[in-house]
Design a protein around this ligand. Sequence first.
Ligand SMILES: Cc1cc2nc3c(=O)[nH]c(=O)nc-3n(C[C@H](O)[C@H](O)[C@H](O)COP(=O)(O)O)c2cc1C
Length: 176
Amino acid sequence: MGKTAVVYRSEYGSTKRYANYIGEKIQADILSTDEAKDISSYETIIYGGGIYAGAINGSDWLKKNQEAICNKKFILFTCSLSNPHKEENIQAIQNGLKQSLTEELVGHAKVFFFPGALDFKKLKFTHKGLLTVLFQYLKHKKQRSAEEEGMLKCREMPMDFVDTSEAEALISFAKE
Ligand SMILES: Cc1cc2nc3c(=O)[nH]c(=O)nc-3n(C[C@H](O)[C@H](O)[C@H](O)COP(=O)(O)O)c2cc1C
């Protein structure tokens, strides 16, 4: 395995927990997108970002570095509140990746999907506002899926589904 960087963007820390775990396990450099200014010396890039309104966080960094990334081994992981063990949720995240990234990046990436966390009380003002609109919509919906019921519960209590053992398959793939 060549020199590897785990680059992440994390608003509330769940993606960062996976990035730290992966980086330590494979002895890679662990960099936030602000720190990852020059990635030319790496052979492998592992990128992690949370899913926000369907799109991956840090898509600007990925697009800016697309040329360099597409010449390397590229592994992408997402961190989301929707359960990534459900096929329909994976499909939705994949569609979001296609919309927020370029075809080249998505085509070049091996993608992994990890469960995230959310503590409504600790959200930034703008994020609280966005979710409040979503909650209002869900509350008035006649029939809600189990996923949507789960979303509504976020308002009452913090949710934390982060489980670093989920990253083992990614780690094995990175080592190949
Ligand atoms: C404003 C907002 C929008 C979100 N949108 C989605 C979404 O569309 N789908 C989803 O599965 N999770 C969504 N989430 C949950 C985040 O993906 C989850 O909190 C993730 O763990 C955040 O990772 P981070 O703290 O590393 O940034 C959203 C969270 C916030 C605050």
